[in-house]
Design a protein around this ligand. Structure first.
Ligand SMILES: [Zn+2]
Length: 349
C-alpha cells in the first residue's frame, strides 16, 4: 500500500490535519516543494502523480493491511502441495526420524533461504532418533526484543499431516517470505519450525532449554500455530488459564483483530499441549490460533462459524486422510491474514 492509500483511508478531517501539519513545517533546503493549497483543497484533490519514484524515497511503513494483503491462498497451496508430494514419495507420512521428515525440513529450509534468510538448524534427539528445529530471524530495527512464531513440521506416522500441521507451516512460510521484502520491523521477528511435536513436544522444549536467561528474556511473545485449515473449522483463540502473565493481552489482540474483520471467535484452553507449552513453563507470554481437531462441533459453534454440528472440525486429524483434500484453503488464508495483522501490531509498535 502506498502512503497516499493510507492517507485516503484516514477520515478527511484527520487527513486534513495531517497535511496541514506538513505545510506548517519549515521546508528543508533539499525537500520537494509542497503545493501551497489550503489543507481542505489538498485533502480533496490528489496531488499529481510523480512519474518516477525517487531512489531515496522512504519506504511506506509496514502495516497489518499491507502484510495481510500479500499472503494468499495460492502461495499457501504451493507449500501444502510440496509437503503432500514429500509424503507421497516417502511412505505417506513425514514423521520425525523418517526420510519424509528430513525432506520436509530440507524443503522449508530451501524456501527460507530463497527468501533471503540465514537458516539455523538446531539438531536434537528423541530416544536416540535425530530430529531438527529450523529457526530464522528477520532482525528488528530497534532494541533487541523478539516476537517468535512457531509451527511443528512433523506429522504422525499414520498420515501426511497436511492440516496437522502443514497448514501452520504454510502460514508461517508465506508470512516469512513476504516479511523479508518489507521494511525492517521494530522488533525482531523469529520463525520456528519445530521437529517432533507429535508424541511430545520434544523440539520446542529442546529449543527453550538451550536458551540462556538473557536470550529467553528477549522473547516478548511466542505465538503457536498447530492446525489452521480444518475442513469444518471453528475459529479458536488460545486463552489458557495457566499461561504466563502477558498472555491475556495476546488473546485480546487476536480477538480485537478478528472482531475488526467482523468475524466471530471462541476461546480455547489447550493446557499447553503443543509447542507453546515449554514457553509457558519458561514464563513467556503465549498466544495462538487453532481451527479445531477431532472434538465434535457443538450446535452453538456450528451456528456461529457456519460449520456442521456433531462432526469433528477435522475428522482426519492424525489419520491417513489428512491430505491436501483435508485443508480448507479459505479458512487457512483467513487465519494467516489474522496472524499477519497480529504480528505487525506486535512487531511494529
Ligand atoms: Zn499438530
Amino acid at each position: 500500500m502506498t502512503f497516499r492509500d493510507q492517507v485516503a483511508r484516514i477520515a478527511p478531517p484527520v487527513a486534513g490535519l495531517l497535511l496541514a501539519a506538513c505545510t506548517t513545517a519549515a521546508p528543508q533546503a533539499n525537500s520537494p516543494q509542497i503545493p501551497t493549497a489550503s489543507p481542505v483543497g489538498i485533502a480533496a484533490t490528489p496531488r499529481p502523480e510523480v512519474a518516477t519514484p525517487s531512489p531515496t524515497a522512504i519506504p511506506p511503513p509496514m502495516t497489518g493491511d499491507a502484510l495481510a494483503s500479500l499472503v494468499d491462498a495460492p502461495a499457501m497451496l504451493a507449500h501444502l502441495e510440496a509437503l503432500q508430494a514429500i509424503a507421497d514419495d516417502h511412505g505417506r507420512h513425514r514423521a520425525t526420524g523418517s526420510a519424509g521428515f528430513e525432506a520436509s525440513a530440507a524443503y522449508v529450509a530451501g524456501v527460507l533461504r530463497s527468501a533471503g534468510y540465514d537458516v539455523e538448524r538446531q539438531p536434537f534427539e528423541v530416544d536416540g532418533v535425530a530430529s531438527v528445529n529450523l529457526l530464522v530471524d528477520q532482525p528488528g530495527a530497534a532494541g533487541d526484543e523478539v516476537v517468535a512464531l512457531g509451527a511443528h513440521l512433523d506429522s504422525v506416522f499414520a498420515g501426511p499431516g497436511i492440516n496437522d500441521n502443514g497448514s501452520g507451516v504454510a502460514a508461517l512460510l508465506v508470512i516469512a517470505e513476504q516479511l523479508r521484502q518489507l521494511p525492517a520491523p521494530r522488533r525482531t521477528v523469529r520463525f520456528a519450525f519445530w521437529g517432533a511435536e507429535e508424541g511430545g513436544p520434544f523440539g520446542s522444549p529442546a529449543y527453550v532449554d538451550e536458551l540462556d536467561p538473557a536470550e529467553l528474556a528477549r522473547i516478548t511473545a511466542y505465538l503457536n500455530f498447530d492446525m489452521l485449515g480444518s475442513p469444518n473449522a471453528v475459529r479458536f483463540v488460545y486463552d489458557e488459564a495457566e499461561a504466563a502473565p502477558g498472555s491475556q493481552q495476546l488473546t485480546d489482540l487476536f480477538a480485537a483483530t478478528i472482531e475488526d474483520g467482523g468475524l466471530p471467535w471462541e476461546p480455547i484452553d489447550l493446557e499447553g499441549d503443543s509447542d507453546h507449552g515449554p514457553f509457558t513453563q519458561a514464563g513467556i507470554p503465549t498466544g495462538g490460533l487453532f481451527s479445531g481437531g477431532i472434538e465434535p462441533v457443538t450446535d452453538a459453534q456450528a451456528a456461529l462459524f457456519g460449520a456442521r454440528a456433531g462432526e469433528p472440525a477435522d475428522e482426519c486429524s492424525h489419520r491417513a486422510c489428512d491430505t491436501l483434500d483435508n485443508v480448507d484453503l479459505a479458512t487457512l488464508e483467513e487465519m494467516t491474514r489474522i496472524i499477519a495483522r497480529v504480528l505487525v501490531a506486535l512487531a511494529v509498535p
